[in-house]
Design a protein around this ligand. Structure first.
Ligand code: PXL
Length: 236
């Protein structure tokens, strides 16, 4: 009998282009050796040139998906991506408390606040301020990536629990093909947490994972291509 892998739940939207959203989450979970569970929140209509529209899934269906898998299969770690509406955000928060995922439980929970895609500039000072602002919301750790700090020859991400400030430096690649990079990193972190890693170890693992995925991102369509975990298949 094959041993049952750890499970990770993604509560997120679908990307018709297959680069971000649940598609990125599920292939990352697979590449990291955990079984992916899904609560779909929205269907986006998009390609490499952008998002053309979306339809959200009714909040009670989002909740029912979480309860269905949490009750029967068990969740070793969970993450959120695009939550689409305030109603879904509130319903998910309430449900995760009910099924004992996240805050005050033993099941790690990663929030990827999908707020604005692939835009925005930051400098080191704003990166530290952003980490502090995120911690104010009550999470035990916060991570702010540094990929958009183009003046820096490296990609330096900042992780903190408010006491320790850990800078994780990675290679900066000259590539346009970074679609789904945030989702992929957050999913790799979630997978590592599902396997029992501490937060700093899981984030370090996520950083190594996304670095390879950015290196192997490929052109697809006329716009921004996706990051890719195909290297995991080539290595094995
Ligand atoms: O990468 C953020 C993201 C998350 N979820 C969905 C998306 C995107 C970006 O396009 O489409 C569904």
């Amino acid at each position: 009998v094959t041993a049952t892998p750890r499970t990770a739940l993604t509560i997120a939207g679908s990307d018709s282009g297959g680069g971000a959203g649940i598609q990125a989450d599920l292939r990352t979970f697979f590449a990291c050796g955990v079984h992916g569970l899904v609560s779909l929140t929205a269907v986006t209509v998009q390609n490499s040139l952008g998002v053309q529209g979306f339809t959200e899934i009714p909040a009670d269906v989002v909740v029912a998906q979480i309860k269905a898998v949490a009750g029967d299969m068990g969740v070793n770690a969970a993450k959120t991506g695009m939550l689409a509406t305030a109603e879904i955000i509130q319903a998910v928060a309430k449900t995760l408390d009910e099924v004992h995922i996240g805050r005050d439980t033993s099941v790690p929970f990663v929030v990827d606040p999908v707020a604005a895609a692939m835009t925005g500039q930051a400098d080191k000072e704003s990166q530290y301020a952003a980490v502090r602002a995120l911690l104010e919301f009550g999470s035990s750790w916060a991570l702010v990536k540094g990929g958009h700090m183009y003046d820096d020859p490296h990609c330096v991400d900042l992780l903190s629990d408010g006491r320790e400030f850990i800078e994780l430096s990675g290679h900066r690649y000259d590539t346009e093909n970074t679609h789904g990079g945030g989702d992929t990193m957050a999913s790799a972190i979630t997978a590592a947490l599902a396997k029992g890693a501490t937060v700093p170890d899981a984030v370090a693992e996520g950083k190594r994972f996304i670095e390879r995925c950015v290196a192997e991102g490929y052109a697809l369509g006329a716009g921004v291509g996706p990051v890719s975990p195909f290297w995991r298949l080539k290595d094995s």
